[in-house]
Design a protein around this ligand. Structure first.
Ligand code: AMP
Ligand code: ZN
Length: 464
């Protein structure tokens, strides 16, 4: 397995810490609103990494956090609290908002057919762990207090800049935001923020430093360490998290433990819309539900994402999505017909089947090259292999693609539903005495491969 490591900026041979159990952490959603499909591109990367490693027989332990505390909107610990922003928008408390959008997120990841991660911890359930980590940093003299919180002193962490080489350009950009005059160094970041005086926040906790709430970055370090240990194999997120969030995660974690925090950093490129990053603040986004309203299944979005390598940005267009829906439908039809043919003896070519599977493994092991793997699947379908060999290969590959092809029968019911709807329409026309229109529908039903018989108990539909 080869993985591009954003830390070293090189493709590296993947060596897990513990030979057969890979520990993966993915920065999850802030549940103050619907996730947009750009966010889903990054979460899908996490699913693909997990599926690929499982396919390659690694055991995986995975965590994705649910950020249900409103860290502040800018990377510089300033600005508006996102959860409070959601609460104001909808006239609810921050707690209510978090619950609503966490539930929606959980439904949406099912629709995208993500494998269940082992842990999906909430930040509000881990305040104690975060406080303990800050206490440890304080004990080791990495912290200082200002009027609004406890900060991490980046000048004390020797390797801050070195590790931040993740993306120095991004770091400079991060530094452009308004500088808090009480900060000792411009990159210092809040570990704990105090509640404003005389204001009762929806979400606030007691701490050794006073009532308040955790800074944004500390949650991921605390939860990663709790569930996966002090050093983990892979940490994932979108590229925008590199310069500040992940740089700070490294600094505070390594300062606290004296150990390397993450061996491989994997960052997904952006989903764009008309060439610009899809983002909430620009308003140029689709939520998953909005895609569904256009008759596109979440799995077609999944298909689209797999057509571009995760380290390349990709533009989202409705045309491309529709094309992927068509491709997915075609793929399902192929699987259905292969299932029917399955028992008929095919050309039979064990060596070729093996070689194709090897090819597949080569692609997915090469820094998760899913576009090549997807093209290979179509090559299999066009090949002269026997039906059962094709079917076995495609269902095997689908363990990584996640199109749920083994369940493809469900689609058959959908066809039936459509026929049933036509039959009901025809029945209504007959009751109104509009027999010629009703006959036209009978013809349409027949053309779709079904027969309709009028019995004493109403119309019965049979497959031709
Ligand atoms: P946020 O809710 O902004 O913290 O984003 C959640 C995750 O989605 C992070 O890993 C981001 O890097 C990622 N993300 C945000 N916008 C995009 C985008 N347009 N394309 C891909 N990933 C994104
Ligand atoms: Zn994170």
């Amino acid at each position: 397995m080869k993985i591009y490591n954003s830390l070293t900026k090189e493709i590296e041979q993947f060596k897990p810490i513990n030979k057969r159990e890979v520990k993966i952490y993915t920065c999850g959603p802030t549940v103050y609103d619907y996730a947009h499909v750009g966010n889903f591109r990054t979460y899908l990367l996490s699913d693909i990494v997990i599926r690929t490693l499982k396919y390659l027989n690694f055991k995986v332990k995975s965590v994705m956090n649910i950020t249900d505390v409103g860290h502040l909107t800018s990377d510089a610990d300033e600005g508006e609290d996102k959860l409070l922003k959601g609460a104001k928008r909808e006239g609810k408390t921050a707690w209510e908002i978090a619950k609503i959008y966490e539930d929606i997120f959980k439904k949406e990841i099912k629709k995208m057919n993500f494998l269940e991660v082992d842990y999906l911890p909430r930040v509000t359930d881990h305040i104690k762990e975060q406080i303990n980590l800050i206490k440890e940093l304080e004990r080791k003299s990495y912290t200082y207090k200002t009027s609004d919180g406890i900060y991490f002193d980046t000048s004390k962490f020797k390797n801050y800049q070195k590790l931040a080489q993740l993306d120095l350009k991004g770091l400079r950009e991060g530094a452009r935001v308004k500088v808090n005059p009480e900060k000792k160094n411009k990159h210092d970041f809040a570990l704990w923020k105090f509640s404003p005086k005389n204001i009762k926040r929806d979400m606030e906790w007691n701490s050794p430093w006073g009532k308040g709430f955790p800074g944004w970055h500390i949650e991921c370090s605390a939860m990663s360490m709790k569930y996966l240990g002090e050093t983990i194999d892979l940490h994932l997120g979108g590229v925008d998290l590199k310069p500040v969030h992940h740089t700070n995660e490294i600094a505070q974690s390594e300062a606290a433990t004296g150990k390397k925090f993450v061996n491989y950093w994997v960052h997904g490129e952006f989903l764009l819309i008309e060439g610009k990053k899809m983002s909430k603040s620009k308003g140029n986004y689709y939520a998953l539900g909005q895609i569904e309203e256009k008759g596109i299944e979440p799995l077609a979005l999944r298909y689209l994402f797999l057509t571009t390598h995760y380290r390349q940005s990709m533009n989202l267009t409705l045309e491309a999505l529709k094309g992927c829906q068509t491709a997915l439908n075609k793929l399902r039809e192929k699987v259905i017909s292969l299932k029917k043919e399955k028992d008929i003896k095919g050309v039979g070519n064990i060596a070729k089947t093996k070689a194709l599977r090897k090819e597949f493994i080569k692609f997915i092991s090469n820094d998760f090259n899913l576009p090549e793997a997807l093209a290979l699947m179509w090559q299999v379908l066009r090949s002269n292999l026997g039906a059962s060999e094709k079917l076995n290969l495609v269902l095997d590959f689908d363990k990584v693609f996640g199109f749920n092809l083994s369940q493809v029968k469900a689609k058959k019911n959908l066809v039936k539903k459509e026929i049933q709807a036509l039959a009901l329409k025809r029945q209504a026309l007959r009751q109104k005495g509009e027999f010629s229109k009703a006959d036209r529908l009978r013809k349409e039903i027949e053309d779709k491969g079904y027969l309709i018989e009028d019995t004493s108990r109403g119309p019965a539909i049979k497959k031709k």
